[in-house]
Design a protein around this ligand. Structure first.
Ligand code: COA
Length: 335
């Protein structure tokens, strides 16, 4: 927990940015493509519309690049000021090279290190925690963290129970070393349990599908989900993760100014709010406009909240996410 000079250091969010595709796909648009309705989707998920990339014009890479560029602008920094870029995504175009390498080149960040991190919807919080730890180790000074998924590229729009949930978005943060060791992540978890991975997965070929998986009419290469299993996992994990962070830090709801949570389904968020007594104004929700953008959602919320002027220096916030893997992650963060 020291800087290069040997003194303990902290971590500051120097800038944030986000990027979403131009095209809006409403529930009514989906109702023209499949047997569903605006009413069903709103009632079960809280989603009214989502953004989807226009192939050939937008993609995971362009969203990742644009969100980090905006975060750098917000921080008053250049790509060459970064010494590492972490891109959390399950929809980067290629596994080699990582999209982080392409983003680094597009932003003139070379020779900054660059890698993609695969932790599904938990990816942004995993990456924020990792970046915080690397900066505190003294080995890195400035890290660009991006969470992004272009989920439209992995959805089978003939399968109504999965495709209605997801959208495309990216959120980014530039983290820098700060002399105040109390700034940054004061408590964090990065956890997973692979046993239930078949409840949410993205097979590349027929053999990837476990033999006992339900026979669902979803194309190979597209996302498969056992909605009810994931719902149960998310409802209990959301609550457990927040309770664990509160107990471990001794903080109460009054001490946290914002809970910045993965946007999976408004019913899942409402359930956590009710069980933990979290007030509306402390739990930001934008799922109505963007759906579930997987690794994009927490960074997108962070950027919107920050631009609304709702985050103040000296306040404490909490990041919470859970998703495929199954994975989950939390971070209590002093601004
Ligand atoms: N429109 C209309 N009807 C639909 C539908 C749609 N888009 N999708 C499913 N249905 C139907 C089903 O066919 C079923 O009909 P039946 O009763 O005649 O068989 C009925 O609605 C209920 O389906 P079910 O899957 O039980 O609905 P649900 O209440 O569990 O809601 C989800 C489905 C996907 C919204 C819900 O399970 C969920 O949000 N799960 C968590 C997903 C998630 O958060 N994933 C990401 C985690 S990071």
């Amino acid at each position: 927990m020291t800087s290069e000079s040997g003194f303990p250091c902290g971590v500051r969010i120097a800038g944030t940015g986000s990027a979403v595709p131009q095209k809006v796909l409403t529930n009514s648009d989906l109702a023209e493509m499949m047997d569903t309705s605006d009413e069903w989707i709103r009632k079960r998920t809280g989603i009214a519309e989502r953004r989807v990339c226009t192939p050939g014009k937008e993609s995971a890479f362009t969203l990742q690049r644009d969100s980090l560029r905006r975060a750098l602008d917000d921080a008053g920094m250049k790509g060459s000021d970064l010494d590492l870029i972490i891109v959390a995504s399950v929809t980067s175009e290629m596994t080699c090279p990582s999209n982080a390498c392409r983003v680094a080149t597009a932003l003139d960040a070379a020779p900054a290190g660059a890698f993609d991190l695969v932790a599904a919807c938990s990816g942004f919080v995993y990456a924020m925690n990792l970046a915080d730890t690397l900066i505190r180790s003294g080995r890195h000074k400035a890290i660009g963290v991006v969470g992004c998924d272009a989920m439209s590229s992995v959805l089978d729009y003939s399968e109504r129970s999965v495709s209605i949930l997801f959208g495309d978005a990216a959120g980014a943060a530039v983290l820098v070393r700060d002399d105040d060791p109390n700034k940054g992540s004061i408590y964090q978890t990065i956890q997973a349990d692979g046993e239930s991975w078949p409840s949410l997965f993205l097979p590349r070929k027929e053999e990837d599908i476990p033999p006992d998986s339900p026979d669902v009419p979803v194309e190979i290469g597209k996302l498969r989900m056992e909605g009810r299993d994931v719902y149960r996992f998310a409802v209990s994990k959301f609550k457990d993760v927040i309770e664990d962070a509160m107990e471990s830090t001794g903080l109460t709801v009054d001490d946290i100014s914002q809970f910045i949570c993965h946007q999976s389904n408004v019913r899942i968020i409402e359930s956590a709010k009710e069980k933990l007594g979290l007030p509306d104004e402390k739990v930001y929700v934008n799922i109505e406009r963007y759906g579930n953008s997987s690794a994009g959602s927490v960074g997108l919320c962070l950027d919107e909240i920050r631009r609304d002027g709702k985050l103040k220096e000296g306040e404490t916030i909490m990041f919470v996410a859970f998703g495929g893997g199954l994975t989950w992650s939390s971070s209590v963060w002093n601004l």
